[in-house]
Structure formats: structure tokens, C-alpha cells
Design a protein around this ligand. Structure first.
Ligand SMILES: NC(=O)c1ccc[n+]([C@@H]2O[C@H](COP(=O)([O-])OP(=O)(O)OC[C@H]3O[C@@H](n4cnc5c(N)ncnc54)[C@H](OP(=O)(O)O)[C@@H]3O)[C@@H](O)[C@H]2O)c1
Length: 330
């Protein structure tokens, strides 16, 4: 497993470096052919995952087939993707942008260059214009955008959506989340459904809502969120909560994966040393192994890259069991 993970990290790094060459099946000076790279299970490049596991996406490549024709040619972390209950899919790895400011163009540009194809923003992050500007100048099509409406926003939801679309320079976003709970949940949810019907967002979901609060939305409107974004560190893991979401067709998305986890925990350190990777890599790989959408944020180019490559690490069942023990003891 150690060797496989080293090889996988090298593979990801090579794909990143070789860019378009790798995309076109480069087998030149490095004598490197992604598809025949021996022994590695394919987890990048082509999987679509649902609650019952992963399988190849229609028309998708294999690990290392680095993305769409529109991509810059760098490694493409659009895959694996999670199938949502409304028929759309979301790249399992996303790039968090909380605390990136309107001046942090470089961080987002580095993320896109690395191959992130899913960006998580929100009106309250006050960086949607930066996201729109950097995406606009990237020349990339089809980057998955999540933004959020906060219940403390005094504007009408339709106005909030219009402002987000304008700032992001798009006609519609992929996912619009109710950012937090309040006594206005049902009213805002109804307005969000209307915005979806108008085509301003492909999907709608929630963040930080309990199962009871989600059920209230479903009972009132008949429409279930397709995703719930909530704080998820390893010691916060609540399998029963996740099961209740999945029963309702709601995909779990973990935010603050690194900040909400003690990276010095001996369980994590042990797995990291065993795999010869950083503790943060283990945390991201754990989210991926569990089938959770994960959106690590970094403003540091080297971490932006390593966090992405970590999404392609394979944890053994033994490693996962070891990390799951941490959940119960925390
Ligand atoms: N819905 C909500 O209520 C909600 C709440 C919080 C967050 N979110 C979303 O979730 C995203 C992620 O959560 P988050 O930003 O709170 O926390 P996070 O991604 O868990 O952690 C970010 C912090 O970890 C550091 N970091 C990044 N990569 C690292 C690595 N490889 N090793 C060690 N440290 C590393 C970053 O520092 P540097 O930047 O200096 O590298 C930053 O300080 C947010 O950006 C936002 O999009 C949503």
C-alpha cells in the first residue's frame, strides 16, 4: 500500500507536470502511459459515486486522463464525482474559499491550475466577484460552482441570487445552499425552489441543518435538499446522521475537514507515517474513502496541490478502521 500510494502521488504529480501531454496519452521521454500504469486501482479520472459505491462515468476517462477538452490540460479533479438525487453530479473534491478575499486571485488560480473543478463560495465570504473574475479569465468551462444564501441577508432571495449570478459572471450556478438555519427556513426554501425552477441554479441544498429541520422543509414543500454541507472532522463523524441524510437522498458534504480535525491525533499520525504522507492528506483521503464530498481550503500553493493529490490516495480497510476508532474515542 505504501508503494502504491507513493506511486499514486508520483502519478498525480506527473500528470500535473505533463499537462496536455498526459491528456493526449503521452508516452514519450518518460516512457509513461497512464492507462497501462500497472497495478493501481483507478479512482481518479472517471468514477461516479453514489451511496452504493463507485463506477465509471459515461464518457469518462481513466485515472490520469486529465479532463475535458476545455481544461487547461492539468490534472483534472472533476472526478470522482458524486451522483446527486436530482440527476446531477458534483466533483467529490472541491476548493473551499472561506477567508479568501477579493484580492486572493492567485490562490483560486492555483487551484484551477492544479485541477480543482469545484469551487465553494457564499455571499457572506464576500469573494464571489473574485471567483467570477478568476473563473472568467481561466477560459475553463463547466467548473462546478456552489454558492449560498445566508438567512441573515435582508434582501429577497431572488435579489440575492441575482447578485450572486452577476458577481460570479454566470447565468446559473450548480448548487445553491441555504447557509444556516433560522426561523425562516421554510420561506427561504420555497424561494430557493422558485429560483431553481427559473433555471438560476441546477441544484438546491442546505448547510448546517439538522434532520428535523430538513424534514420540516420536505414536509412543507415536498422537495428534499440534494446535499447537506456540515462541519466534519474525523472526531465529529456521526454515521447515524449520515445514514439519516442518505435515507432522504441527501449527499453529505464535509466542511472544515482540516480545521475540525486534530492533525496531531496519534491515529492520524500513525496512518500518515505508515503511508509516508502528511496528516492532512490522511484526513482528505478518509473523506474520499467514506464517499463524502470534501472542500479543503488553502491559500498556500503547495497545500492547494497536496490537498488535491491527497484525494487520490487509497486507504486500506485497516487504515479506515483505525481512523474510525478515533471517531468513537474522541
Ligand atoms: N457552510 C458553512 O457554514 C461553512 C463553514 C466553514 C467552512 N465552509 C466551507 O468549507 C471550506 C473549508 O473549510 P475551512 O476553510 O473552514 O477549513 P479547512 O479547509 O478545514 O482548513 C483550512 C485551514 O487549514 C490550513 N490548511 C490547508 N491545507 C493544509 C494542509 N495540507 N496542511 C495543514 N494545514 C492546511 C489552511 O491554511 P492556509 O490557507 O494558510 O494554507 C487554513 O488555515 C471553507 O473554505 C468554506 O468554503 C462552510
Amino acid at each position: 500500500m505504501l508503494d502504491e500510494n507513493r506511486e499514486r502521488a508520483q502519478l498525480a504529480e506527473m500528470i500535473w507536470i505533463t499537462g496536455r501531454a498526459a491528456h493526449s496519452g503521452y508516452d514519450g521521454e518518460m516512457n509513461f502511459d497512464v492507462e497501462s500504469f500497472s497495478g493501481l486501482p483507478v479512482i481518479g479520472g472517471g468514477d461516479v459515486c453514489g451511496p452504493d459505491g463507485c463506477g465509471p462515468a459515461e464518457g469518462a476517462g481513466t485515472a490520469g486522463s486529465t479532463g475535458t477538452a476545455e481544461s487547461t490540460g492539468d490534472a483534472d479533479f472533476a472526478h470522482p464525482a458524486i451522483e446527486l438525487s436530482d440527476g446531477t453530479s458534483i466533483p467529490q473534491l472541491g476548493f473551499g474559499t472561506w477567508r479568501l478575499t477579493e484580492r486572493d486571485d492567485d490562490a483560486l488560480a492555483a487551484a484551477l491550475e492544479t485541477g480543482y473543478r469545484h469551487i465553494d463560495t457564499a455571499t457572506v465570504y464576500k469573494n464571489e466577484e473574485m471567483v467570477g473574475r478568476v473563473l472568467g479569465s481561466s477560459g475553463l468551462d463547466g467548473v462546478y460552482i456552489t454558492t449560498k444564501i445566508h438567512p441573515t441577508d435582508e434582501r429577497e432571495p431572488a435579489e440575492v441570487m441575482a447578485a450572486s449570478l452577476e458577481a460570479l459572471q454566470v447565468e446559473r450556478v450548480n448548487m445553491w445552499l441555504l447557509h444556516n438555519t433560522s426561523d425562516r427556513n421554510v420561506d427561504i426554501w420555497r424561494a430557493m425552489i422558485e429560483e431553481q425552477e427559473k433555471g438560476h441554479t441546477a441544484s438546491i441544498g442546505v448547510s448546517n441543518l439538522s434532520i428535523a429541520e430538513i424534514d420540516e422543509l420536505i414536509d412543507a414543500t415536498g422537495v428534499a435538499p440534494v446535499m447537506n454541507q456540515f462541519r466534519l472532522g474525523l472526531s465529529l463523524h456521526d454515521p447515524e446522521f449520515v445514514a439519516a441524510l442518505r435515507e432522504r437522498g441527501i449527499a453529505p458534504e464535509g466542511y472544515s475537514p482540516l480545521r475540525a480535525t486534530n492533525l496531531d491525533d496519534p491515529h492520524i499520525i500513525d496512518v500518515a507515517q505508515n503511508l509516508d504522507v502528511d496528516p492532512a492528506d490522511v484526513v482528505i483521503a478518509w473523506h474520499m474513502a467514506k464517499g463524502y464530498i470534501v472542500i479543503p481550503k488553502s491559500a498556500t500553493a503547495s497545500r492547494i496541490r497536496s490537498n488535491a493529490y491527497a484525494s487520490r490516495l487509497t486507504l486500506s480497510e485497516q487504515h479506515i478502521a483505525q481512523l474510525d476508532r478515533m471517531e468513537r474515542t474522541a
